[in-house]
Design a binder for this molecule. Sequence first.
Ligand code: GLP
Length: 244
Amino acid sequence: DIFKDATTASKHVGEEIANLIQENNSVGQTTVLGFATGSTPTQVYDELIRMHNEEGLTFQNVITFNLDEYFPMEPESLQSYVRFMNEHLFNHIDIPEDQVHIPDGTIAEEDVAEYCKNYEQKIQDAGGLDIQLLGIGRTGHIGFNEPGSRPNSGTRLITLDGITRKDAASDFFGEEYVPRRAITMGVGTILDADRIIMMAWGEGKAPIIKETVEGPIRERVPATYLQKHNNAQVILDEASAENL
Ligand code: GLP
């Protein structure tokens, strides 16, 4: 779906999420949401906060799982996704702390594999993801599933692509300070969600959006795996859709 701009599109996505939460609340069911970081989803989070403040939308029955985190990464660091999510959403809504899950960038390397298995298990135990929100990197990554990621991959430690590290350089005040690795939900983890909403804004994303939507499904562009999902939506502004 193509919207006139990111703000209009984000309001629409925010409303869809709020509708699901309200429907589930009315029958006493929890809602399991997969969240993303980066500049793309911030206005969706703004909309959710607005609905919490103005329309009494409650997150008491919501469980969340974030896609990824740099490794290593301290939660208090400026660039941490824990800090990002707190500042952009969680500090402003009524979600219980123990219902929020973000991959932990502080665990010892030898414990990461076990940690990732547990992360997958927690998603299963929660009943699976109802909606997974996604942005897209210029490499075609979803979460941090870089080119070469397998369609059935699970949560794991991954080496970041050079382009991804370049794109993150300004956040870290220099490319040399960008971590070389990250923990990410796998492609398989993402594809297991009942519904996937990918968003992209701006002309910089137009080339990779064209490949994602119109290109062949292939490992080199992990976002193309979304073509295999039966309930995946791509939400664009006019600029990111200009090559379609
Ligand atoms: C990072 C995140 C991705 C995100 C991408 C795009 O790599 N791990 O989840 O989609 O950045 O970032 P932005 O939304 O700022 O364009």
